[in-house]
Structure formats: C-alpha cells, structure tokens
Design a protein around this ligand. Structure first.
Ligand SMILES: [Ca+2]
Length: 559
C-alpha cells in the first residue's frame, strides 16, 4: 500500500513552515492563549501520550498474549481517559529475544501481534477516534535473524558485511541486559561483531550510507501508512567512537549504552528529522536518550533539527523524595528552557519498576504523583496501567521471561473485575499485577474517587487550561517537604502543591485559591485553607476569577 493516509486526525490547520534550524519554542506572546494550541506545530506540546505495551494490553485471539486486534478493541479506554496520542512498543517481526526490540523485519508485524492489515486498521481506528499514533523505531540494532545480518555474517566479502560492526579484536565495551562483553566471536568468519545489548541484537553500522538509506526506507514505509511519528529506541547509541577506544566506565562494569554519547548519533538524528519533516502533518520524534544527565539529553534536541522531544530519565529513577524531585524539575527548567527544548515527564515505562511500587506500594503517593505528572511544564507520558495505580507483577523465579529482569511493570492490564479480567485465555503470558480485581478498569469506572477518575479529571483539566498545557513554570516558596509551583499563561493561572511528608504541613500562598483537584477525596470546590494533608497534592485555581472556558474539552466517554 502506498497511499498516504491523512495523518492529522483532528480538525486543525496545517502549520506554517518552520524555517530550517528554528525550533518552535513556547509562544513568545503570553496573550496567545488557547488559539496557540490550534497551531498544529504545537500538538505534541499539548499532547498526553499513553504508552501501550502490546503484549500486555489486550488479547483478542485468546492466546494469552496481547495483540493489535486487542488494542483496537480497547482504544475507547484511551479515548475515555482523555489521552490523545498512543505510543506502541515494537510490533514488528521478532524472535523475541528482547520482547520485540530484536527485529527481523521492520516492515511487517509479528504474527503474535497480528498482520500488517491489523496495523493499518489500528492506525485508521485510532485516527477515527482523534488519537495520534507513534510507533517504536529501533535504529541501533536488528535481530541476528534479520536477513541483513544473516548476509553480513555469511562471509567477509559479502556486500552487507559492513552493514554491521566487525572487528578482529574486541575492546572493553560492555553490553547491557547483563550480556557481558559487547563483542561476540563469529566462528565461521573469524571476527567479532558488536552488540550493545544481547548477542542476538547486532548493532547496525550507521556510518555506512546503505544502512542509512535502508533505515530511512523503514521510516518511509510507516510514515506512508499514516503514523504520526516515532519513539526512537536508544537514540544516543547509533554513533560509536570510531577509534573503538577502551572506556574506563566499561572496565568498571557499566554497559556502554548507559553513557555512549558520540557526535555521530546527532548526524543520524538530523537525517531522520529531515526525512520526517518532509512529510505533511507535523510528525514527531521522541527519543529515548537513556543517559542520566539532563545536560547531555538537551544536546539531542539539536538546533531544532534533531529530536522534537527527549525522554529524561532522572524522574523515572526517583524515589518519593521532595529533594530528588525538586532537583530534577529545577534542572529541567534551568537547562531545557534556555535551549527552547520542550520537556517530557515520565514516571513509569516498560523498562523500569512501576512508580507506585517504587514509592513503597503507596496508592496515596501514586495519586499525589499523578497530580504532579499532569501539571508540570512538558508533555506527560502515561504507561499503561499507571492510570489504574497498578503495581509491579510478582514474578516467581520459574516464571521469568525477560533476560534483563524487567517483567515487573509488564503485567497484563486487568479490564474486568472477574477473572480472567477481560483476557480470553486460561493463562496470560505473565501473571496479573496485585489487586487485579479491585484495580480493574471495570471496577474503577464505577468508583468516582478511583485513580482512573483522578487521571481522567487531571487530563480534562489540563486540556482546558492553557497555563497547564503551555504556560510558564515558577517554583513558589514552601516548606522543604512541599513542592509548590505556579503555571501561568496569559490570564490563566494555576498553583500546584505537593506534600511529600507523612504529616500535615502548612503552606502560605498569596491570594485566595479554590481546590480544583485533590489527590485525596477531601471534597472539591472548597476554599484552600493553607493546610496540606500527609502526602496530599492539590491543584488550585484563583478563587475570585471567572473560570477559563474549556475550549478543547471533549465529552467524557465511557467504553
Ligand atoms: Ca493474542
């Protein structure tokens, strides 16, 4: 199929062309309000992205593994939650050594997930609901079963030999996922090949122009099918030190992928950005720059010619600690704002412990964190199931699937109260997370005070408020265990207070405020009395001002 599917699902105008090298930053004129968000160049700044991990989302054919038809059946859940963009973890053909991040055909769907026709139907069904679709793009490595690698390893003079990275001698680089050396010996051709992850994931050589061309072809294949952009896996890894020098951090046991930062990765990203920008409809690139340094992450936005957005990992590691969060948030504000680099906020994903589990299993803390996630300056990413307050699944040693020990956050979503919770198989590929019945989607829709309704209300409120979507961020004076900040855009103003302490704490705010959203079921629409309950977060609106008219609000919709 070569027809270009309309990639802009909402009734929005095509954006004015942004001059080369110019990054569309926050609106310069603060009087621009909701109108600004109708400029499609800002859609991803106003977006709320929902990450779908397809193995664990929903299963249509009853084999216990989630699939694309299952996602289609449950798209109304995402719509009802209020998210407007989905990012789907890899769906491509894969031997599944690394749960789909080892790809043997980038231009086909793995049979476990369905078919290419299902992918087309999913893109169409999502667009029909006003949802944009981001796919995972895995540029750093293929599967060792990819025909390119099979050719490359067939002989030293094969035309695709140089598509991968072969050396006579290894250096000290270490692979991630506990895989030891990043080099594996190939007996047949008498050389080592490089893999920053598992030996089944050989690294592509992006310095070879044929590789660039082939991988750009992959991007075109999916852009032509109408996807709205990509989440780029380990975007900082495609370029490697061309001298292959030993690295002391590898010698100390750290995998290279944790800190690899070669300038060539930026050239790779500029090429991808140029290609994506040549398509209509403001397709977007979100990069996984898995380096624990915000200052380094900023570099991957380039001069507005690399990533539109990058993940920033410190909040994903952060425990429930006001000092850690205050530092993270201040750092993002101080480093990204001057670079006109638009932040992202992520508390959970498929590679890291779910944040409720990380916060000691506390639902109270997870509820306060939801208020923070959806009111910070930047695009929030919700990992499937965090809107239910799910914890990590408990996996017994004999049930372990992931070689990297990341099964915890990947438990199946419980849809219904009664087992098998909306799944059609006697046994799912991983067990359900704890409290599956009580935390199921069906249960939580029926409880107005549930986590699901808290997320839904937060997203709805965010959508209606220019300050929360696009406004400035300013920290307010507060006790050390309280994080308080103001968001402002034109006349629209909101204040957020988060009490990290296990005891009540006062906060002295200027002006009169009403509680618009409370992480605890304390009763809304009351005047804020300056007291924060233990581990409570509140979103406040000015008391004596007319409330901004929701202009982009959509009808709540229950599947
Ligand atoms: Ca299935």
């Amino acid at each position: 199929m070569t027809t270009v599917i309309a990639s802009v699902p909402m009734n929005v105008n095509v954006r004015p062309t942004v001059p080369a090298g110019a990054m569309p930053g926050p609106p310069a004129d603060p009087s621009q309000t909701v109108e600004a968000t109708r400029d499609t160049s800002l859609w991803w700044k106003s977006a709320v992205v929902y990450q779908i991990y397809p193995r664990s989302f929903a299963d249509a054919n009853g084999d216990g593994v989630g699939d694309l038809a299952g996602i289609i059946e449950r798209l109304d859940h995402v719509r009802a939650l209020g998210a407007d963009t989905i990012w789907i973890s890899p769906i491509y053909r894969s031997p599944m050594a690394d749960a789909g991040y080892d790809i043997s055909d980038y231009c086909d769907v793995d049979p476990v997930f369905g078919s290419l026709a299902d992918a087309d139907r999913l893109i169409g069904e999502a667009h029909a609901r006003g949802l944009r679709v981001l796919l995972d793009f895995v540029p750093n490595h293929t599967s060792d079963q990819h025909p390119w690698f099979i050719e490359s390893r067939s002989s030293r003079d094969n035309p695709k030999r140089d598509w991968y990275i072969w050396r006579d001698q290894p250096n000290d680089w270490r692979a991630a996922l506990g895989a030891g050396s990043a080099w594996t010996w190939d007996e047949a051709t008498g050389q080592y090949y490089l893999h920053l992850f598992l030996p089944q994931q050989p690294d592509l050589n992006w310095r070879n122009p044929e590789v660039v061309q082939a991988m750009h072809g992959v991007l075109r294949f999916w852009l032509d099918r109408g996807v709205d952009g990509f989440r780029i896996d380990v975007a900082h890894c495609t370029g490697k030190d061309p001298t292959f020098a030993d690295h002391p951090r590898c010698l100390a046991g750290e995998p290279l992928a944790d800190f690899n930062d070669d300038p060539y990765s930026h050239e790779v990203l500029r090429g991808i950005r140029k290609l994506v920008d040549s398509y209509p409809g403001d397709r977007v690139l979100v990069g996984e720059v898995n380096i624990r340094s915000t200052a380094t992450v900023v570099q991957y936005y380039g001069a507005g010619d690399e990533l539109h957005m990058s993940f920033n990992f410190p909040p994903l590691d952060a425990p429930w600690d006001p000092v850690v969060f205050r530092t993270c948030i201040r750092e993002v504000d101080a480093l990204l704002q001057p670079a006109q680099a638009w932040p992202t906020w992520v508390l959970s994903n498929h590679d890291n412990e779910r944040h409720r589990t990380r916060y000691g299993g506390s639902m109270r803390r997870a509820r306060a964190a939801a208020v923070m996630l959806l009111t910070l300056r930047g695009t929030p990413f919700i990992f499937q199931g965090e809107e239910l307050g799910l914890e990590d699944v408990v996996v017994e040693p004999g049930q372990r699937v992931d070689p990297g020990g990341r099964d915890g956050p990947r438990g199946p979503i419980p849809w219904d109260f009664a087992p098998p919770h909306g799944w059609r198989a006697a046994r799912t590929w991983l067990p359900f997370p704890p409290e599956a019945a009580a935390l199921s989607v069906q249960t939580q829709w029926s409880q107005p005070s549930s986590m699901l309704h808290l997320y839904r209300t937060l997203i709805e409120t965010r959508r209606a408020s220019p300050a929360l979507r696009l406004g400035s961020w300013e920290e307010l004076p507060s006790p050390p265990e309280v994080l308080a900040y103001c968001r402002r855009h034109g006349d629209d103003e909101r204040v957020v207070c988060i009490n990290f302490a296990e005891r009540p704490l006062p906060i002295d705010l200027e002006g009169d405020w009403r509680v618009a959203i409370d992480s605890l079921p304390e009763g809304l629409d009351r005047r804020f009395d300056g007291m924060l309950q233990p581990e409570q977060a509140v979103l406040l609106e000015p008391l004596h001002r007319p409330r901004p008219q929701p202009q982009q609000q959509r009808q709540p919709l229950q599947p």
